[in-house]
Design a binder for this molecule. Structure first.
Ligand SMILES: [Zn+2]
Length: 317
């Protein structure tokens, strides 16, 4: 069936017309819009209308909307998004008026990706796994017994707030997280944390040896650091290695707690999964209760770049 998929992220939204059935999805057309950091509800609705209009005269049977932050899927309410002024936004009710009362579903974007991995990706045969998005932040979607596990307040699997770095003299001090704590996985290993770690390491090396040149100009980004690592830059390589180590640490805690079959990684930073995997595997296996988890796998998503749209399609089922 044809589905209107709307994937809202922290900095952009994508509207797409896609076809999906029980086992596969195919994107027919997509339109992108950038979101301002302080985007409000009215602006967001205008951008959605605008992107959907760009898709042309389309027909669809269902609408799936994925959102960053907390979703009350049952009541169709976007409860909260940490990056913007959006809270308690009855987005399903509002979109229903626009789309002729077609069935509309919302879900948190990472939970939606986990469901899509089960429906269309690498986890079709799996019942217990964790999906981890590593992007501007880090989020988790947990599938237990074949179904998404939401927890008491709908916020289960917030693996981004596992503390993974302690203060150790002489090392980079822990970075403060948006949640208020220090040393959370999200603060240390998401894109901005990678950029901060690179800047800190470069500065430390330049203190010891002022002749070291800066190979790239700030602002640093995770993507630039990954490119430098690919070109053999020692500092960038060590930053990617540390990032993998921290991700592996957090993944091992989750698997030791929940006895999962797999941990699947997606999100922008995971486009450099090959750079992260050696230290990620090493860190994960060194902390794993091996005899209870003999076959657990760490893998990159099978959904490719459009995991979010696949998620928006999957939730409509
Ligand atoms: Zn945190």
């Amino acid at each position: 069936m044809n589905i209107l998929a709307i994937d809202i992220g922290g900095s952009k939204l994508i509207a797409a017309l896609l076809f999906a059935d029980d086992s596969r999805f195919e994107i027919y057309s997509a339109a992108h819009r950038n979101l301002a950091a302080d985007c409000r509800q009215e602006q967001l609705l205008t951008l959605i209308d605008d992107a959907v209009a760009e898709l042309g005269n389309i027909s669809f049977e269902r609408v799936g909307v994925t959102i960053p932050g907390l979703a009350d899927a049952r009541n169709g309410i976007w409860v909260y998004a940490c990056f913007s002024g959006i809270c308690d936004f009855p987005i399903v009710q509002i979109l229903s008026k626009r789309y002729g009362n077609k069935p509309i579903v919302i879900e948190n974007d990472v939970n939606a990706c986990a469901l899509a991995e089960k429906k269309f990706g690498k986890c079709r045969e799996l019942n217990d796994f964790l999906w981890i998005t590593v992007s501007n932040g880090i989020g988790g979607g947990l599938v237990l017994n074949g179904e998404i596990y939401l927890g008491h307040f709908g916020a289960a699997a917030e693996i981004g707030h596992f503390e993974v770095v302690d203060f150790v003299d002489g090392c980079q001090p822990p970075i403060q997280c948006g949640c208020g704590h220090f040393g959370c996985l999200e603060a240390e290993a998401a894109g901005p944390g990678i950029a901060k770690r690179y800047a800190w390491k470069l500065q430390e090396q330049q203190k010891q040896n002022p002749s070291i040149q800066t190979p790239i100009l700030p602002p640093y980004t995770a993507q630039k650091v990954a490119e430098l690592a690919r070109n053999g830059d020692a500092i960038a390589l060590s930053v990617m290695e540390t990032t993998g180590t921290l991700l592996g640490k957090a993944a091992s805690y989750a698997v030791n707690l929940l006895n999962l079959e797999a941990v699947i990684f997606g999100g922008g930073v995971i486009q450099s999964f090959d750079l992260l995997l050696p230290s990620l595997e090493k860190s994960f296996r060194s902390r794993l209760f091996q005899s209870a988890n003999p076959s657990v796998k760490l893998e990159q998503t099978g959904l490719g770049y459009h995991a979010g749209l696949a998620g928006a399609a999957a939730i409509t089922f």
